[in-house]
Design a protein around this ligand. Structure first.
Ligand SMILES: Cc1ncc(COP(=O)(O)O)c(C=O)c1O
Length: 384
């Protein structure tokens, strides 16, 4: 089998979830598992967190259904709410907590609740406190809440917002959003659900009743790196995904030879090139710059030439032991224990870790490890 494998360390996932809880000790933490758990596989991740997380959050009902089909019974939050009224029967009867961000959703829910007199639902009223994506303006929220709370079918109303710049805790926009939402929360006396990962880690004033950590569960430090007080966070969070493949061919080239599409790289010295079975068809970013790091036997090597659909090429001149069959870690923790942070790779690709992780394609087999058994020495081929 093709050797490319995404190894998923479920112990690390649980560890990171507990770190989120430690960061916001007075809040409950819903595990954000949308986008296939940021590419890690939603059902396996949900199962691994099932005894820890009091609620899980996904983008939409379809993602929630996949978890329910797998036996997940805790409340499932729908972060974008519902898109059509015919989703409502399942939401009302299936313990889904929907975000409500537009008036038609409020009216559709209240109308549909009339058909289910014995059911009561929890909803999250989304307030646009300054990000200007989804939500009611702060002026509208009170009237919406009163309308909902007057209805016997509403069990609980949470106040929700989302921050645009929580990764920069001193930013004026974050300070303004916090002021707006905390004032509203005090006035309406509602439970609050405001904090994504960076706010969970570094903005206690945003914690309140529920936090919504996503990317930190997968071991990514979401804070801007110049926040010295969180320098230790990289040690505190453990990478969950290790993307690993092998060298499938080696070329020894003299100086002056091009490598790959567009001849972007031309060798400036005699160069040994390793061809690795991983490309943009697997989700590896085609924007990876010359020198983007990979790990081979704990040592760093750099990408030389453009990433193609199924392969990428690495300069292995400085790693004499590398050859056909050598394991190549594209990010994560390799068998020697060395770590290549997906955020570092993302910088080389001029993007963020979120896009690299969520972008790993279905054709890449996920290999799950738990109970202390993380071992990248098995390829996907060993699974079948
Ligand atoms: C509404 C909402 N809450 C929480 C999260 C989790 O954010 P993060 O992954 O930064 O923790 C997201 C992610 O995009 C989101 O859209």
């Amino acid at each position: 089998m093709r050797p490319l494998t995404a190894h998923i360390d479920l112990d690390a996932l649980r560890h990171n979830y507990l770190q989120a809880r430690r960061s916001a000790p007075d809040a409950r933490a819903m595990a954000v598992l949308k986008a296939n758990a940021y590419g890690h596989g939603a059902t396996a991740c949900a199962e691994a967190l099932n005894d820890l997380a009091p609620a899980m959050a996904v983008a939409c009902l379809e993602e929630g259904q996949a978890l329910r089909a797998h036996g997940i019974q805790c409340p499932i939050v729908l972060l974008e709410g519902f898109f059509e009224a015919d989703e409502l029967d399942e939401i009302i009867t299936g313990d889904y907590w929907s975000v409500l961000h537009t008036r038609w959703q409020v009216e559709a829910l209240l109308a549909r609740l009339a058909h289910w007199p014995r059911h009561r639902v929890t909803v999250l009223i989304k307030c646009d406190s300054g990000m200007h994506r989804l939500g009611f303006s702060p002026d509208e929220v009170e009237a919406i809440c009163q309308r909902l709370q007057a209805h016997g079918g509403i069990e609980q109303t949470l106040l929700m917002t989302h921050f645009a710049t929580a990764d920069a805790p001193d930013s004026p926009l974050l300070i303004s959003q916090l002021q707006t939402i905390n004032t509203l929360r005090r006035r309406l006396d509602l439970p609050g659900c405001f904090a994504n990962s960076p706010a969970t880690l570094s903005v206690p004033a945003a914690h309140h009743d529920w936090v919504r950590p996503g990317v930190m569960l997968y071991g990514v430090n979401p804070l801007e790196t110049d926040h010295a007080q969180h320098d230790d966070i990289d040690q505190v969070l453990k990478p969950v995904m290790t993307l690993q493949s092998r060298i499938i061919a080696v070329r020894d080239l003299p100086a002056g030879e091009p490598i790959g599409y567009g001849a972007r790289h031309v060798t400036d010295r005699p160069t040994r090139v390793g061809v690795v079975a991983c490309g943009y068809g697997d989700g590896y970013d085609r924007h990876a710059a010359e020198g983007t790091p990979v790990l081979i036997d704990g040592q760093r090597a750099g990408i030389a030439g453009r990433v193609s659909m199924d392969m990428l090429t690495v300069d292995i001149t400085g790693i004499p032991g590398a050859g056909i069959g050598s394991r190549v870690t594209l990010w994560g923790r390799d068998a020697s224990g060395a770590v290549l942070d997906v955020s570092e790779v993302a910088q080389w690709c001029d993007t963020i870790a979120y896009t690299l992780l969520t972008g790993i394609m279905p054709r890449v087999p996920r290999c799950y490890h738990q109970d202390g058994a993380f071992d990248t020495s098995c390829d996907a081929s060993a699974l079948f």
